[in-house]
Write a protein that binds this ligand. Sequence first.
Ligand SMILES: Nc1ncnc2c1ncn2[C@@H]1O[C@H](COP(=O)(O)OP(=O)(O)O)[C@@H](O)[C@H]1O
Ligand SMILES: [Mg+2]
Length: 248
Amino acid sequence: MGTMLEIRNLSKRYGETVALDDASISFSSGTVHTIMGENGSGKSTLVKLLSGVVSPDRGDILVSGAPFSGSDPIAFQAAGFATVFQEVLIAPDRNVIDNILLGYDAPFRRKLPRSERRATVSQVLSRCARTVIDLDVDAGVLPLATQQLVVLARALTRKPRILILDEVTAALDFNDREIVFTLIETLAREGCLVLFISHRMDEVMRLSDRITILRSGKVVETLDRDAATPELLLALMAPEIVEEREHG
Ligand SMILES: Nc1ncnc2c1ncn2[C@@H]1O[C@H](COP(=O)(O)OP(=O)(O)O)[C@@H](O)[C@H]1O
Ligand SMILES: [Mg+2]
């Protein structure tokens, strides 16, 4: 379980808002590494920096120990990153098959015979959804939760080394959440680094190997799962709430 990904002193501001402030974290392969924090703590900013969607003001990203200089999503994808963003990004006028195959590089997609497209898509979808999904409808007509599963399936087609999931379970029903959890555990066992962004205590406690807490854009602490309790995580995330509860 070597260090697969590292960020050093990563910072990003939007105007006056410091969205991420001098963040340093090491991530190991074969782990589920959770990023936890309240709304506005900088989680999605970190996700966007690790996807090439926005560029840092300062700081470095290292992949397998080497400085990574990619500055756009294509470069990050080529380095083995795949991201499911918090905002569901589908092509609403394309069917489910096309939306999922968008995860493949164009040459591969073109070479794939029509008959195999359906089989490929069904296979990848079966790993991340229990809901039966009509492959021929425009993705835009599907419920939001189903759209998120389509985007997750698209990310899987890239066979990522680093899979980043930004609050993906929020919209899912119980059955689909369970299958996504199993998928996350399996990918980590296979050596993938899964960056799991969540603020749901139950799933964080269940899935994480390591947990990094963000507060106001700053890394507060990184803990091993064994050292984490819900009380401790809450105290690190939102000390003012815990304080209020105790002193009323
Ligand atoms: N594009 C943007 N323009 C201006 N402010 C932004 C933008 N994106 C994020 N922010 C601000 O940066 C902070 C961190 O946001 P974000 O990373 O989305 O947090 P989280 O995902 O933890 O809820 C928030 O204060 C948010 O309002
Ligand atoms: Mg967010």
